[in-house]
Design a protein around this ligand. Structure first.
Ligand code: NAP
Length: 248
C-alpha cells in the first residue's frame, strides 16, 4: 500500500523534522502550514531533494472548510491519506489565567483541540473500512504540559493538550477494530521557534538546568518517535503516550 502522510504544521520545528524523516522512509508527503509560505516551501524543497513526492498546502486546521480542501488536494495529488500527524499547535504569551482574554483562550483551544479533531475526522473518512479505506495511523502531538499543567505560564495550552490526550484515548478505542491506530507523543522542552510565541525565544536554554537530562530536546528526536509510532514496528500499540521530555 502506498503510504501517504499528512503533517499539520509541517513547515517548521517538529513538523518539519517529521517531514524530512518521512521522506527518508519513502512516504508521499503533504506539508500543511497556516501562513509562512517561504518556510513551507523550504521544507518542500528539502523533502523533494530526498526523492519524496510532496506537496505543501496552506490551511487553517481549525476551519473545517479548509481541512476539507486540504484532504481533497491530498486525494488528487498524492492519493488518500494513510498517516496523519496532528502536529500544528499554538501557545499564547506567558500569563496567569486571570490575565487571559477570551480571544486568546479560544485561539489556543481551536488550534490545539478543534484542529486535530477535524483533521482526524477527515482522515478517518479515508482510512476506515466503513468508507472503503484500508486502515491507517494517527499520531497526535501533545505535550508534557498535559500532565504538568504549566502554572503561571499557559494553563490554557496545558488544558488543550490534556483534551488532546483524552481525544487520543477515546479515538484509539473507537477505531481499534478498524485497522486504525491512534497514539500521541508528549514532547518536553524542544528547541524550536514555538517558544517565541510565548514571548521567550530563549526559554529552552534557560530551563535546561531543570531538566533531569540537563538539556533541551531536538525536533529530530521527537520525529523519530512519531515515525516509529506510525510504522509497523508499533503494530500492537494504540492509545499510548510516548513522553520525550528528557525525564521531566
Ligand atoms: P512551531 O515551530 O511553532 O511550528 C508550528 C507549526 O504549526 C507551523 O508550521 C505553523 O505554521 C503551524 N500552525 C500553527 N497554527 C496552525 C493552524 N491553525 N493551522 C495549520 N498550521 C498551523 O512549533 P513546534 O515547536 O514544532 O511544535 C509543534 C507541536 O509540538 C505543537 O503542537 C506544540 O504544542 C508541540 N510541542 C512543542 C514543544 C516545544 O518545546 N517546542 C513542546 C511540547 C509540545 P505557520 O508557521 O505557517 O503559521
Amino acid at each position: 500500500m502506498d503510504r501517504v502522510i499528512v503533517i499539520t504544521g509541517g513547515s517548521r520545528g517538529i513538523g518539519a523534522a517529521t517531514a524530512v524523516l518521512a521522506a527518508k522512509q519513502g512516504y508521499r508527503i503533504c506539508i500543511n502550514y497556516q501562513s509562512d509560505d517561504t518556510a513551507a516551501h523550504q521544507v518542500l524543497d528539502e523533502v523533494r531533494a530526498l526523492g519524496a513526492q510532496a506537496i505543501a498546502v496552506r490551511a487553517d486546521v481549525s476551519d473545517e472548510d479548509e481541512v476539507i480542501s486540504l484532504f481533497s488536494r491530498v486525494d488528487l495529488e498524492l492519493g488518500p491519506v494513510t498517516a496523519l500527524v496532528n502536529n500544528a499547535g499554538t501557545v499564547g504569551q506567558k500569563s496567569r489565567v486571570d490575565e487571559m482574554s477570551q480571544v486568546r483562550i479560544m485561539h489556543t483551544l481551536k488550534t490545539n483541540v478543534l484542529g486535530p479533531i477535524l483533521c482526524a475526522k477527515h482522515a478517518v473518512l479515508r482510512m476506515s473500512p466503513r468508507y472503503g479505506g484500508q486502515g491507517g495511523n494517527i499520531v497526535n502531538v501533545s505535550s508534557v504540559a498535559a500532565r504538568l499543567g504549566s502554572p503561571s505560564e499557559y494553563v490554557d495550552y496545558a488544558a488543550s493538550k490534556g483534551a488532546l490526550d483524552t481525544f487520543t484515548l477515546g479515538l484509539s478505542k473507537e477505531l481499534a477494530g478498524e485497522g486504525i491506530r491512534v497514539n500521541a507523543v508528549r514532547p518536553g522542552y524542544i528547541f524550536t521557534d514555538f517558544h517565541a510565541l510565548s514571548g521567550d525565544p530563549g526559554r529552552v536554554s534557560k530551563l535546561e538546568p531543570l531538566i533531569p537530562m540537563g538539556r533541551g530536546g531536538r525536533p529530530e528526536e521527537v520525529a523519530e518517535a512519531i515515525i516509529w509510532l506510525l510504522s509497523d514496528k508499533a503494530s500492537y500499540t494504540t492509545g499510548t503516550f510516548l513522553d520525550l521530555g528528557g525525564g521531566r
